[in-house]
Design a protein around this ligand. Structure first.
Ligand code: SAH
Length: 240
């Protein structure tokens, strides 16, 4: 008899990214907890839990805790959009996080800038095996969409409670954190909660904008036209 795979949560930041995919899950059952809709379902033989993280680090931390403590989730995969920061990270590219950091954490001079007090670290790593599988699923999804696999990047994603939509602010982040590939608002909070509970996490972000003066327009257009096809392609490959 084959082992039952550990229960997996699929989380997105925004409704637009999940609704089409969620509609494909035939036996989904919705529970409303802490102001959130959480769907429990089976997809291609796996028990899964699907929800939206809410926007920002606090909403994300509440969601991650809820998934682990109340729904018994043993692995989490997060899919969302983000602003591209690294020089080669363009709109429509895909970034799989290998580590995450809160760019607005600053308890200096008590601890070095970006370090989370009490943890002795600024970076939180994602799970290697889960991220390898996610990167593979993203490569396959890019091919399915007729896009080159060079559009996949892997490395540091940074999170903070700001929608970065200002060229000077994006440049300042790049100066402070030159390894950062993308900026968003939830991933590092998930990483910290998953670290606390020893739960493996993988995070993927599709680049919706460049976090610059045009970010607001690019973000809205990407969300309308591309967010759903990207996440559907990735999730369908993930579950093959
Ligand atoms: N339209 C939403 C707000 C979206 S906030 C509303 O009205 O409720 C932006 C979302 O996309 C966040 O979940 C964040 O993680 C991600 N994101 C995309 N581009 C970003 C950027 N340039 N800076 C920060 N977060 C970004």
């Amino acid at each position: 008899m084959s082992a039952v795979p550990p229960r997996l949560a699929v989380v997105a930041a925004l409704h637009e990214e999940l609704s089409d995919w969620l509609a494909q899950l035939p036996d989904r059952r919705c529970e409303r907890v802490a102001g959130r809709d959480v769907w429990v379902a089976t997809f291609r033989g796996q028990s899964i839990v699907v929800t939206l993280s809410g926007i920002g680090k606090v909403a994300a931390a509440t969601t991650a805790t809820l998934l682990i403590q109340r729904f018994g989730v043993q692995r989490i995969v997060f899919t969302g959009v983000a602003g591209g920061l690294g020089p080669g990270v363009a709109v429509g590219d895909v970034v799989v996080a290998r580590r995450l950091l809160q760019h607005d954490m600053n308890a200096w001079p008590l601890v070095p800038r970006h370090e989370v007090p009490g943890y002795g670290r600024a970076h939180f790593e994602t799970d290697t095996a889960l991220s390898d599988t996610l990167a593979w699923a993203c490569e396959q999804a890019l091919l399915d969409m007729g896009l080159p696999t060079q559009r996949l990047h892997q490395g540091l994603i940074i999170s903070g409670d700001q929608f970065v939509s200002d060229t000077a602010a994006a440049q300042a982040l790049q100066r402070d954190l030159p390894d950062a590939l993308a900026v968003e608002m939830e991933g590092a909070a998930f990483a910290q909660v998953c670290h606390d509970h020893g739960v493996p996490l993988a995070v993927v972000r599709t680049i919706s904008d460049r976090a610059d003066d045009d970010a607001h327009t690019d973000f809205s257009q990407f969300l309308r036209d591309f967010a759903s096809p990207y996440s559907q392609a990735m999730l369908n490959r993930w579950f093959t």
